[in-house]
Design a protein around this ligand. Structure first.
Ligand SMILES: NC(=O)c1ccc[n+]([C@@H]2O[C@H](COP(=O)([O-])OP(=O)(O)OC[C@H]3O[C@@H](n4cnc5c(N)ncnc54)[C@H](OP(=O)(O)O)[C@@H]3O)[C@@H](O)[C@H]2O)c1
Length: 319
C-alpha cells in the first residue's frame, strides 16, 4: 500500500510538474495579451484573503479598483494587509469557514455592511494530514474545503448577497486529477489519508461547479479553477517534503492568482458546464483512468444538504 502510494505520488508529480510549476506559467504567459485590470465599482468577497493565493487575489482586485471584503480567521493579519495596501480598499472580516454557524454569520454581516457582491472567491482550502473534527462535529477538511463554501454561496443567494450574474469562483486543485468522486472519502475517518481526502474535496468542487452552472446558471456565473503549484504558507506547513522537492519551481502567489483575476475581468463563456480553468484556459477535469467512475453530483448535493440540515441549532439561510 505504501509502495503503491509512493509510485502513484511520484508519477503524479513527475507528470504534472512541467505544467503546474512556474515553468508552465512562464511558457503560457508569453502568449497572453497584456491588459490593465479594472474592477472599479465592484464589490468582492474573498475567503482566505490574508495569505497565499487568496491574499494575492484580494490585493490584485483591490489595486484594480474593487472594494474587497477580505475574510480569514485571524484579524491581525487582515488588518496588517489592509494597512499595508498601497492603493485600494480592503475591509477585514473574520470568520472560520469550517464552522457553518460562522459562515451564516459571515453571509449576514458581509451583505449588511458591504454587499451585494459582484464577485465571490471561495478560496479557503487546507490539507489535514491527521483527521480532525470541528466543534460542530464535522470532519474539518470536508467542512473547510467543501461544505463551508457550499453553504456560503447558497446563503448569499438566499439573502441577496450576490448581484445579478455575479461571478463565483471555486479554488480547486490539480490534486483532484488523481481521484474519482467517492462520497465516503469526503468526511470519513476510517483508513484516513489526508492527501486523498483533500483531492476528493477538490474533485467534488469540480463536480459541484457543473451543478452550480446547470442549476443556477441564470443567477451566477460560476467557475472552478486550479492555481498551479504555488509557494504559500499552506504548502509550507502541510506539504514540506513536496515544497523541498519542487523548490524553486513553485509559482509565486501572484501567478497563482492570475487565472482568478483574469476570469473576473473577462467572464468567458463556458460552452460545457464541465471542465476546470487553469492558466486562462478551460481544460478537461479528467486525465487519468477511472476518475469518471465516481458518484453522481446529485448524490453529492444530497450529502451536503444533509450535513447542513443535521446541524443544531438549525441554519436559517439556504437558497
Ligand atoms: N498553494 C498551492 O500550490 C495550491 C495548489 C492547488 C490549489 N490550492 C488551493 O488554493 C487555495 C489557497 O491555498 P493557499 O496555499 O494559498 O493557502 P494558505 O497559504 O494556507 O492560506 C490560507 C488562507 O486561508 C485562511 N484560512 C485557512 N483556514 C481558514 C478557515 N477555516 N476559515 C477562514 N479562513 C481560513 C488563512 O488565514 P487564517 O489562518 O487567518 O484563517 C489564509 O488567509 C486553497 O483552496 C488550496 O486548496 C493551492
Amino acid at each position: 500500500m505504501a509502495l503503491a502510494n509512493l509510485l502513484r505520488g511520484t508519477a503524479f508529480f513527475a507528470g504534472f510538474l512541467p505544467s503546474f510549476s512556474r515553468l508552465g506559467y512562464e511558457a503560457r504567459r508569453r502568449r497572453w495579451p497584456s491588459a490593465r485590470l479594472n474592477f472599479q465599482g465592484q464589490r468582492w468577497l474573498v475567503t482566505g484573503a490574508s495569505a497565499g493565493i487568496g491574499r494575492a487575489i484580494a490585493v490584485g482586485a483591490a489595486q484594480a479598483g474593487a472594494e474587497v471584503v477580505a475574510v480569514a480567521r485571524q484579524r491581525d493579519a487582515l488588518e496588517r494587509l489592509a494597512q499595508d495596501l498601497p492603493t485600494g480598499t480592503l475591509r477585514p472580516l473574520t470568520a472560520d469557514l469550517s464552522l457553518m454557524q460562522a459562515v451564516e454569520q459571515l453571509a449576514r454581516q458581509s451583505v449588511a455592511r458591504h454587499g451585494p457582491f459582484h464577485v465571490l472567491v471561495n478560496n479557503v482550502g487546507a490539507m489535514f494530514n491527521q483527521p480532525a473534527t470541528s466543534e460542530e462535529g464535522l470532519d474539518k477538511g470536508y467542512a473547510t474545503n467543501l461544505l463551508g463554501h457550499y453553504h456560503l454561496t447558497r446563503a448569499l443567494l438566499a439573502n441577496g448577497g450576490l448581484g445579478t450574474a455575479a461571478t463565483v469562483m471555486h479554488m480547486s486543485s490539480g490534486g483532484m486529477y488523481n481521484v474519482p468522486l467517492e462520497l465516503e472519502r469526503l468526511d470519513s475517518h476510517r483508513r484516513y489519508d489526508g492527501t486523498l481526502a483533500y483531492a476528493t474535496h477538490k474533485r467534488a468542487q469540480v463536480a459541484l461547479n457543473g451543478w452550480w452552472r446547470r442549476h443556477y446558471g441564470d443567477a451566477i456565473n460560476s467557475y472552478v479553477m486550479h492555481p498551479g503549484w504555488v509557494d504559500t504558507p499552506g504548502v509550507a506547513s502541510a506539504m514540506p517534503e513536496f515544497r523541498r522537492a519542487v523548490g524553486g519551481l513553485l509559482r509565486d502567489p501572484e501567478a497563482g492568482a492570475d487565472t482568478a483575476l483574469w476570469l473576473a475581468a473577462t467572464r468567458p463563456a463556458q460552452a460545457s458546464p464541465e471542465g476546470i480553468w487553469f492558466d486562462r484556459a478551460l481544460r478537461s477535469a479528467h486525465r487519468l483512468p477511472g476518475t469518471r467512475d465516481g458518484a453522481h453530483v446529485e448524490a453529492l448535493v444530497r450529502k451536503l444538504d444533509q450535513s447542513l440540515a443535521a446541524l443544531q441549532p438549525p441554519l436559517q439561510l439556504t437558497a
